[in-house]
Design a protein around this ligand. Structure first.
Ligand code: ADP
Ligand code: MG
Length: 368
């Protein structure tokens, strides 16, 4: 008998890519795919972790001994990091037995790491009656990933997993962390959003992420602003003239135009016109490919094939260099589109991508 069962979803980001470390806007929604944790509280200070998705026995750790840079390296760093972050913030969290099982592909840019963290934090929040709000849960999970796992990610993934609501995309301002739920009723407009997991992750992605981040900081410093968020879209031409390095200029152009694309997508959604967001998504892909230079042949092939087959819009989503793309399409076109993408991958002699339809789903919750 366990004390309870909790679930936390992965996410896709509709628009607003690499803006989160530039104090900008993002707009993720939660996937129906979740990581489920079955949890029992323990009073002996032992954290016992097991995942059905990883071969091997359970790992037992002492909560008082958790510290960044210590202990076994691997998947248990995510939940152990959450316990460490909770305790470091002064919350009286003791041990637990936790068993995880997920329907999310891992490492596909769909935030299985955030789902793992958030489901852990939510369960401990309830079992130890910590009284944390969702946004606090997200921040502590981000701290776990940044400091304990050592991945320098922004706040989007954890906020999406913790705070998204069914039928909505979440407009998050990563500067002041204010949130707005934007209705996104795809089925109501005869539309479908496909996720295409290319099942590739090119090895150099971590280093390239760091370079992009540093380049954006250089651009902001050269322009004398705290972050690229502070460059308004209509001030972009003048700002670009002040950036001598062509690569830095291109990074800045992506961030400023991408923040503007988030605002354009919101305007279309608020006007009730989801179809009109398609070309904005496609523009976002071109900007990530040409200016931010984080796409790859597999992602480009998904986008080009989908558009040629009649999709309303398509873009890579997530960190880049592999992972997943999203495709906005009329429902009736989905079978043709799916086949076209599969055939294109066959022709290229690449492993078949994983393609599934998705709908904006609930954020993390207790199941029982
Ligand atoms: P993404 O978040 O896009 O899926 P990451 O590289 O950020 O990719 O996180 C993936 C890692 O998270 C996996 O390599 C694994 O260590 C951990 N992880 C995610 N889900 C699970 C799970 N259900 N069981 C065990 N580990 C998991
Ligand atoms: Mg992740």
């Amino acid at each position: 008998m366990s004390d309870g069962v909790w679930a936390a979803p992965g996410r896709v980001n509709l628009i607003g890519e690499h803006t989160d470390y530039n104090d900008g806007f993002v707009m993720p929604f939660a996937l129906p795919h979740t990581t489920v944790a079955t949890v029992s509280r323990r009073d002996d200070g032992v954290l016992r972790l097991h995942s059905a998705d990883v071969p091997g026995d359970a790992t037992a750790l002492r909560v008082t001994e958790l510290a960044p840079g210590h202990g076994p390296r691997g998947w248990t760093d995510y939940p152990a990091g959450v316990v460490w972050a909770l305790r470091e913030a002064g919350h009286a969290v003791g041990g637990a037995d936790i068993h995880y099982e997920s329907t999310l592909p891992t490492g596909a840019g769909l935030s299985s790491s955030a789902a793992l963290e958030v489901v852990t934090a939510l369960a401990l929040n309830d079992l130890y009656e910590l009284g944390l709000e969702r946004s606090q849960v997200a921040r502590l999970c981000q701290r776990a990933e940044n400091r304990y796992v050592g991945a320098p990610t922004g706040i989007m993934d954890q906020t999406a997993s913790a705070c998204c609501t069914e039928g909505h995309a979440l407009h998050l301002d990563t500067r002041d962390l204010s949130q707005r739920q934007i209705p996104l009723d795809l089925a109501g407009q005869g539309l479908e959003l496909l996720v295409v997991d290319t099942r590739v992750q090119h090895a150099h992605s971590d280093g390239e992420y760091g370079k992009r981040r540093a380049g954006c900081e250089t651009a902001a410093a050269t322009l004398g602003v705290p972050a690229l968020r502070d460059i308004a879209h209509d001030a972009l031409p003048e700002a670009l003239d002040r950036l001598p390095d062509p690569q830095i200029r291109a990074l800045a152009r992506h961030i400023v135009t991408e923040n503007h694309r988030v605002e354009r997508v919101i305007a279309h959604l608020e006007a009730g016109d989801i179809r009109a967001t398609g070309p904005v998504l496609t523009e976002g892909h071109a900007s990530l490919r040409d200016d931010f230079r984080i796409s790859c042949p597999e992602l480009d092939l998904v986008v080009d094939t989908a558009l040629a087959a009649g999709a309303l819009g398509a873009r890579m989503t997530g960190g880049g260099f592999g992972g997943s793309a999203i495709v906005l399409t009329d429902v009736a076109l989905t079978p043709t589109l799916t086949k076209s993408i599969q055939e294109a991958f066959t022709s290229a002699s690449w492993k078949q991508p994983r393609i599934f339809s998705t709908t904006p789903s609930r954020g993390a919750r207790r199941l029982s």
